[in-house]
Write a protein that binds this ligand. Structure first.
Ligand SMILES: [Zn+2]
Length: 319
């Protein structure tokens, strides 16, 4: 029998429990099971009732926090933030102990992690720390015919250029190549590396990062056997990937890579963390406080995350 995928609750003030339960109850999840929901039994029960799921939570629940939701939607609460962080730690623990096939996380907020005294910019970095491999993580988004990984994630745009170093690009390229081979069954992935500046800097006229940092990092990766091309002008690279020229793109920063993907894969994109010893996916949206508690949130991205986590877990299991 397959091990369950551990599905975290997310922040109960957001749409996390709702999209998790909706996705698990949908027919599309059936062949990706079994699952274990990790969080507060009371939150899941209240959510199931609100959604009209007569049977309650559609799978086993690991009750790791006594928190009561009591309809506190749309704002940060210290106890709910603590519960959300707790459920991530429990789920990661299950996967690290070999008792879960992987972790699928429902959304929480960075502010909430901060409030709960987990000093991470997001799930990705938190999970890397819990796995004992900080810095090895790589954020990849998949959807709309694209796969886009990021060199930098959640930081101010003004801080991006100083974080674009040959070492960091090299580490990300290696993690991306290895992750695509291991988890996506693409043995020799072709990776396009985006430039930082418009027109890839036009030979140094619009910035020197391409010449000084990105091109040398690509050269070094190629010497290690990674099939990487670039620096590519970012305005046309996504079309080239859609046309089949690349298996994935490596973008330099969050809003260089993600807007194109999220436009093409609205409500259906999946976030995957590569580079970790455990399987981890998540929907590509946040807590959506503005619609929390209304039962109108779409579970499509969560369902895609469940299915991709199972695909990757099965692939790793069969090795
Ligand atoms: Zn983000």
């Amino acid at each position: 029998m397959r091990k369950p995928l551990a599905v975290t609750m997310g922040d109960p003030a957001g749409i996390g429990p709702e999209v998790a339960l909706k996705a698990l109850a949908s027919p599309g999840a059936a062949d990706a099971g079994p699952f274990v929901l990790v969080g507060s039994r009371r939150v899941f029960a209240e959510t199931a009732q609100r959604l009209g799921l007569a049977a309650g939570a559609p799978c086993e629940v690991l009750d790791c926090t006594p928190v009561e939701p009591a309809g506190r939607f749309g704002a940060l609460h210290a106890d709910l933030a603590e519960a959300a962080a707790r459920s991530v730690e429990e789920a990661a623990g299950l996967a690290l102990a070999g008792r879960a096939a992987g972790v699928v996380t429902a959304p929480l907020t960075k502010e909430g992690l901060h409030l709960a005294k987990r000093p991470y910019p997001g799930h990705t970095e938190m999970l890397a720390a819990l796995c004992g491999t900080p810095g090895a993580e790589l954020m990849l988004l998949a959807g709309g015919g694209l796969r886009v990984a990021l060199v930098t994630t959640h930081l101010a745009l003004a801080d991006v250029p100083s974080m674009i170093t040959p070492e960091r690009i090299g580490r990300r390229l290696d993690a991306l190549a290895a992750g695509l081979a291991r988890d996506f069954a693409i043995p020799r992935p072709r990776i396009g590396v985006l430039a930082l500046n418009p027109h890839a800097g036009e030979g140094g006229r619009f910035g020197s990062e391409e010449l000084k940092v990105i091109a040398p990092a690509i050269e070094a990766a190629r010497a290690r056997g990674v099939t990487a091309a670039g620096p590519l002008a970012a305005d046309t690279a996504f079309r080239r990937q859609l046309a089949g020229e690349f298996d994935a793109l490596l973008a330099m920063y969050h809003d260089q890579g993600l807007p194109v993907l999220k436009t093409l894969a609205f409500e259906a994109g999946v976030n995957v963390t590569l580079g970790l010893p455990i399987v981890r996916t998540s929907p590509d949206h946040g807590t959506a406080y503005d619609i929390a508690g209304r039962s109108t949130a779409s579970e499509r991205s969560m369902l895609a995350a469940l299915r991709l986590a199972r695909e990757i877990a099965d692939r790793r299991e069969s090795k």
